[in-house]
Design a protein around this ligand. Structure first.
Ligand SMILES: *Cc1c(COP(=O)(O)O)cnc(C)c1O
Length: 385
């Protein structure tokens, strides 16, 4: 059999779209000016910056002046949470979030909780859904910020953001969502969702790494995290990463155009993969919500199989996947997300995440369905050590 290469780890990062490469290459070669300079070179760079801002705003139904460029999703999350916390601390010191957030949110909240803020980490149900009623009950008069992710990066569950944002608004609380896994993949509209702040990252939707954006609704105040120049309307100091921002803009433009059709075809492949695994592998558990899930996400636990051995065996067959349990440092800490949905330790460490992208084909899925059941059977037949 011909050795194939099948990339099924699009939630970790995506390949850069060829048109994005062309756009970035062109700006690197021709437009080196500093957008803060008033001469022709500066104005040319500024034009690229503002064009990209319009494209990102269009992707999420925002106004261009509500977009702040950052170094990625992590910085956008940090700026949203720290920025609001310090701007509104006279009004209160309480923040509400969920227990399945990305570490960019969780760890930032944790830092605030060590610096005079109080943070409520809401539980989720077995599918990873945050109950809006829990949000309602957690709100106090000191609450200044609620931050709940649009969709989870591990298990793919899409949260009831409209409802939660509505509760925030009723109570006069600012609402932020980490939309890094949804922007460019499913429709994201800041007006429809009713959010005040929203984070996105270019490399999760076929743009370059190291660039992202924070949507900040008009009227929301932010204390900057980075201090220095007055770039980004005094919200993010530092000479702008023009090639990266142009890449983000191009990726946003392509996503806005292709998202609809791409979503349908990717979801079809996802459903085929889920069904195929359920048919061919005994004793599997699908993690995440069965319907309210990202079109690109497949996440299973295989009882009795060591997740990291599974990854290595798949890699040997040319399939790039991710441990369902995203341990950042060795195998000691099973994922906080899997523990939060109540998965026992044995199942948490026996899981696999397969995430699809625009270039995946039916052949990729069939190949995976051919290889995976054999590997699981082999690993299960190994005597325990
Ligand atoms: C990848 C990711 C981030 C971090 O984005 P970077 O651009 O890699 O810093 C934040 N939140 C979620 C949900 C993500 O998937």
């Amino acid at each position: 059999m011909n050795r194939r290469h099948v990339y099924l780890d699009h939630t970790a990062t995506t390949p850069v779209h060829p048109d994005v490469v062309v756009a970035m290459h062109q700006v690197l070669e021709t437009a080196f000016g500093n957008p803060s300079s008033i001469h022709t070179f500066g104005r040319e760079a500024k034009q690229y910056l503002e064009d990209a801002r319009i494209k990102v705003a269009n992707l999420i139904g925002a106004q261009p002046e509500e977009i702040v460029f950052t170094s990625g999703g992590t910085e956008a999350d940090n700026l949203a949470i720290l920025g609001v916390a310090y701007a509104y601390q006279r009004q209160g010191n309480h923040i509400i979030t969920s227990s399945i957030e990305h570490h960019a949110v969780l760890d930032t909240c944790e830092v605030l909780s060590q610096n005079g803020f109080e943070v409520t980490f809401l539980p989720v149900d077995k599918d990873g859904i945050v109950d809006p009623d829990d949000v309602r009950k957690a709100v106090r008069k000191e609450t200044i910020l609620i931050t709940v992710m649009h969709a989870n990066n591990e298990i793919g569950t899409v949260e009831p953001i409209e409802e939660i944002a509505g509760i925030a608004r009723e109570n006069g609380v600012i609402f932020h969502t980490d939309a890094v896994q949804t922007a460019g993949h499913i429709p994201v509209d800041v007006e429809q969702l009713g959010v005040d702040l929203l984070s996105l990252s270019a490399h999760k939707f076929y743009g370059p790494k190291g660039v992202g954006a924070l949507y900040v609704r008009k009227g929301i105040r932010l204390v900057p995290v980075l201090h220095g120049g007055g770039q980004e309307r005094n919200r993010r100091a530092g000479t702008e990463n023009i090639p990266g921002i142009v890449g983000l803009g191009k990726a946003a433009e392509i996503a806005a155009r292709e998202l609809g059709s791409q979503r349908v075809s990717i979801q079809k492949l996802r459903d085929r993969l889920i069904k195929g695994i359920q048919e061919r592998v005994p004793e599997v558990k699908l993690n995440g919500h069965p319907e309210k899930r990202l079109p690109q996400n497949v996440h299973f636990s295989f009882a009795g199989v060591d997740g990291s051995s599974l990854l290595t065996s798949l890699d040997l067959q040319g399939i790039a996947a991710s441990a369902g349990s995203a341990c950042s440092s060795g195998a000691l800490h099973p994922s906080h997300v899997l523990l939060a949905i109540g998965l026992p330790m044995e199942l948490a460490s026996a899981s696999l995440r397969l995430t699809l992208g625009r270039a995946n084909t039916e052949e990729d899925i069939e190949y995976c369905l051919e290889v995976l059941p054999e590997i699981v059977a082999k690993l299960r037949s190994r005597p325990a050590v």
